[in-house]
Design a protein around this ligand. Structure first.
Ligand code: GLA
Length: 397
C-alpha cells in the first residue's frame, strides 16, 4: 500500500536536517513533505490537527533469501523511528534538540548487509532471555535444560540466533495512540535449547508525546524462562558524534546485582551508596567510569520493584538539550556503557563507533534469574501471558 515514493519523504527529512534548517523552518519543510507524500503514504488527521505517518520499503534479503523491510513511524512533531523486521531492530530514531533540529540518537547501520555481518545487538529486540544465563544451564520442574552458549561459558541474549537475528512478521498501522509496528514471531520448541513453542508479539508505537513505546506479550505451551528487552545504543548528542560520556544519567535504584568475572550475578544485591555505581543523583556517565573495572555493565534493581509502569532512568544531554525518560514495568535495568565498542565498527554515515560511543538502558528481569532463587521469577507457564511495557520518552530542557 505504501511503497511508492516514501523514500523521497525520508530523504527530504534528512535533507532538512543537514541544510541546517531550524525550528519552524525545519518543521515547515517536514510539513510540506508530509503533505506532498500523503497521496502515497498512509496518513490520518488527529484531533490536534497533526498527522501521523507510516511507511514501508524493502530493506534487502537475508542470506537465506527472506525479504526484509524497513518501516517508518512518525508523529505530528516530526519524531521518526525506522525499524526493520530483521531482529526488530530500531535503525534510526530522530528526535528534536532544543533548536528544533532533528537528530538521530541511536547507533546502527544504513543497510541490512551490515546488520547481517554481525554487530553487538544495535537497536535489537532481545529474546527469549535478555542478558546471561550461567553456563547456558538451568533446571525447571526437575528437568535440566542446556542452552546454546555464545558468550564464553555463558548463554547471552537468547543464544546464537536469538530474536535479534530472526525475521519477524510485521503489521504496520495507526491507532488512537500513534503509528505502530506490530511484530510477531513464533519460536519453536527446542530453539536455542529453550522448551516450548513460544509465541511473542512486540509493538513499537510512536506517540504525539514523543514516546517510543515498546509493549511485549508472549505465551508458551511448556514452562520456559523469558526476559524480553530492547537494546538501542543511545547518544543524545547524536549517533557517531563522539563518545556518550557527557550524557547525564539518573537511575532510580538503590542497589545493583553484583557480578563475577564472567558477568554472572553472584546473588548479592549491593547498596550503591558512596560508590561510582550511584546514579540516584543525575551524573555524567564519564564522571566516575574509570573507577569501574571494564566500565558500566550492570543490572540495577529498580526501586519501583517492577510490576507497574514507573520511571526507571533519565538522561540529559546539555549541548543538545535533549532529555530522555525511561519508564518500565520491569524490576531491573541493564546499564551498559558501550565498553566493547572499539572502533572496528563503521556505522551510519560512515561514522566509526569507538568505545563508549553509545550506552544501553535495557529494561529487564535480572540476569541469570533461572538459576537464582532469590531473584524475581522469569518462568512463563502455559495459560499465562507474559507482558512487558517500556517507554523511551523524549523532550528538551
Ligand atoms: C549487554 C551485555 C553486555 C554486552 C552487550 C552487547 O548489554 O550486558 O555485556 O554483551 O549486551 O555487546
Amino acid at each position: 500500500m505504501l511503497r511508492a515514493n516514501h523514500k523521497r519523504t525520508i530523504v527530504a527529512t534528512r535533507a532538512g536536517e543537514k541544510s541546517g534548517l531550524r525550528g519552524p523552518g525545519a518543521f515547515a519543510l517536514l510539513g510540506l513533505t508530509l503533505l506532498l507524500s500523503c497521496a502515497c503514504l498512509s496518513c490520518s488527521s488527529e484531533p490536534g490537527g497533526g498527522q501521523m505517518l507510516v511507511a514501508e520499503q524493502p530493506f534487502g534479503k537475508t542470506d537465506e533469501g527472506q525479504g526484509v523491510h524497513l518501516y517508518t513511524l512518525r508523529n505530528a512533531n516530526g519524531m521518526q523511528v525506522e525499524i526493520t523486521n530483521y531482529g526488530g531492530i530500531v535503525t534510526s530514531l530522530l528526535v528534536p534538540d532544543r533548536d528544533g533540529n532533528l537528530g538521530d540518537v541511536v547507533l546502527g547501520f544504513d543497510d541490512l548487509q551490515s546488520y547481517l555481518a554481525g554487530h553487538p545487538y544495535f537497536g535489537a529486540l532481545v529474546g527469549r532471555y535478555g542478558n546471561r544465563i550461567a553456563k547456558g544451564r538451568f533446571t525447571l520442574d526437575g528437568k535440566e535444560y542446556e542452552l546454546a552458549t555464545n558468550n564464553g561459558p555463558n548463554h547471552l541474549h537468547g543464544g546464537i540466533a536469538g530474536f535479534d537475528k530472526v525475521v519477524w512478521n510485521a503489521e504496520l498501522g495507526e491507532s488512537q495512540e500513534g503509528a505502530y509496528l506490530k511484530l510477531t514471531y513464533v519460536s519453536s520448541d527446542g530453539e536455542e535449547g529453550y522448551p516450548g513453542i513460544f509465541s511473542t508479539a512486540v509493538s513499537y508505537t510512536v506517540t504525539n508525546q514523543n514516546e517510543l513505546k515498546i509493549s511485549y506479550e508472549a505465551t508458551t505451551d511448556k514452562a520456559t524462562p523469558v526476559n524480553l528487552t530492547h537494546h538501542s545504543y543511545f547518544n543524545l548528542a547524536g549517533a557517531g558524534a563522539g563518545d556518550a560520556l557527557g550524557n547525564i544519567l539518573a537511575i532510580l535504584a538503590d542497589r545493583y546485582t553484583v557480578v563475577d568475572e564472567t558477568l554472572i550475578p553472584t546473588g548479592e544485591l549491593r547498596d550503591v551508596t558512596g560508590t561510582p555505581m550511584d546514579f540516584r543523583k543525575p551524573t555524567a556517565i564519564g564522571e566516575r567510569i574509570n573507577e569501574v573495572k571494564g566500565g558500566y555493565d550492570h543490572n540495577y534493581v529498580l526501586n519501583s520493584g517492577g510490576g507497574k509502569l514507573a520511571l526507571a532512568a533519565t538522561v540529559y544531554e546539555p549541548k543538545s538539550g535533549r532529555f530522555m525518560e525511561v519508564f518500565t514495568t520491569e524490576p531491573g535495568i541493564q546499564f551498559y556503557s558501550g565498553n566493547f565498542l572499539d572502533g572496528t565498527i563503521t556505522g551510519k554515515e560512515s561514522k566509526v563507533y569507538q568505545k563508549h560511543y553509545g550506552f544501553c538502558l535495557e529494561a529487564q528481569h535480572f540476569p541469570d534469574s533461572p538459576n537464582q532463587p532469590g531473584f524475581p521469577s522469569t518462568i512463563l507457564r502455559p495459560g499465562e501471558t507474559y507482558k512487558q511495557l517500556t517507554i523511551y520518552k523524549f523532550s528538551i530542557k
